[in-house]
Design a protein around this ligand. Structure first.
Ligand code: NAI
Length: 341
């Protein structure tokens, strides 16, 4: 099972209930950008979910083969393929969760913001179709720069009169997955136990792991905090450089996105104990969008978890203040782009 962000107590309860109740496969999930580097392994992981009845795969090219291949896995989800703009609307009809990894990835030397012009336009077009065809769906935005593409999506949904801020999510799960992995390695902890909230945004210094809030409670030296924080912030760039022009993180991203999909489906299914970090509309700070832990429920975000922001260390407090201008500028860039169209 994909590791979830839940308290140890909740985890025990969950494990007990998993032994007795088989979940019903009853949800429809669409992946837009399904034949890409993230899209393919993400589709595979979603195909493994016992909660999914239909998996809709949409891309502008190469999606037929991916769907045929996946359809042979003997798991409940039925796979359907949709190619090109003329089939986009049908790919979205009746869908509960839409995941968007469509767009171009970074190459060495690029920042996530360098992708803005191409991906902003792709996200805008896809979210317009979501607004027209499944306005009640949860929308998971993976396409970078997430700090700007989520505000763009919000504006598009507003223009269409269907914006529900509780159902629009920027996927920052990979930052949490990385933080958990690096902290577990450094502190010799059991991976399954470690949960580090990551707040702010999803680019460079806007990614702020709150190491002081690590569960189980763990102490770090100043040097460890500095080293881990920088490594978590730059892990995406580490992969871009290691792939040397062949793209950015795809496999760990697919894992992280699948975890976020599974959490969303469990919330839709009535599980009352689902918590994840995500970049959402927020009033936790003066910024209109902000990543934090959120409680997920049937209607999307049920609560923003404000307690993580209390009692920050001096290092975290400074880093939080330092990230705000960059995050604010990325949000405004997205809003301006969407309003000018
Ligand atoms: P990729 O280039 O391998 O795949 C992108 C796919 O999108 C391709 O199959 C392409 O045909 C498709 N596509 C392009 N325009 C489209 C449109 N209008 N409609 C539907 N599909 C369209 O790229 P990869 O590696 O899968 O990355 C995708 C995005 O995810 C990039 O923007 C990347 O920066 C972002 N990303 C986000 C992360 C996060 O933590 N949120 C982590 C890693 C990547």
């Amino acid at each position: 099972a994909l590791q979830q962000s839940i308290t140890p107590k909740a985890r025990n309860k969950k494990q007990r209930s998993w032994n007795h109740v088989q979940p019903q496969a009853s949800y429809k999930v669409a992946v837009l950008g399904a034949s890409g580097g993230i899209g393919q392994p993400l589709a595979l992981l979603i195909k493994m979910s016992p909660l999914v009845s239909s998996l809709h795969l949409y891309d502008i090219a190469n999606v037929k083969g991916v769907a045929a291949d996946l359809s042979y896995c003997n798991t409940p989800a039925q796979v359907f393929d949709f190619t090109g703009a003329s089939e986009l609307a049908n790919s979205l009809k009746g869908v509960d969760v839409v995941v968007i990894p469509a767009g171009v990835p970074r190459k060495p030397g690029m920042t996530r913001d360098d992708l803005f012009n191409i991906n902003a336009n792709i996200v805008k077009g896809l979210v317009e179709a979501v607004a027209d065809n499944c306005p009640d769906a949860f929308i998971h935005i993976i396409s970078n720069p997430v700090n700007s593409t989520v505000p763009i999506a919000a504006e598009v949904l507003k223009q269409k009169g269907v914006y529900d801020p509780k159902k629009l999510f920027g996927v920052t799960t990979l930052d949490v997955v990385r933080a958990n992995t690096f902290v577990a390695q450094k502190k010799n902890l059991r991976l399954i136990d470690v949960d580090v909230p990551v707040i702010g945004g999803h680019a460079g210094i806007t990614i702020l792991p709150l190491l002081s809030k690590t569960r189980p409670s763990t102490t770090f030296t100043d040097e460890e905090v500095q080293e881990l924080t920088v490594r978590i912030q730059n892990a995406g760039t580490e992969v871009v450089e290691a792939k040397a022009g062949a793209g950015s993180a795809t496999l760990s991203m697919a894992y992280a996105a699948a975890r976020f999909v599974e959490s969303s489906l469990r919330a839709l299914d009535g599980d009352a104990d689902v918590y994840e970090c995500s970049y959402v509309q927020s009033d936790l700070t003066e910024l209109p969008f902000f990543a934090s832990r959120v409680k997920l429920g049937r209607n999307g975000v049920e609560a923003l978890i404000s307690s993580d922001l209390r009692g920050l260390t001096e290092y975290e407090q400074k880093a939080l203040e330092a990230l705000k201008p960059e995050l604010k500028a990325s949000i405004e860039k997205g809003i301006t782009y969407a309003q000018k169209q």
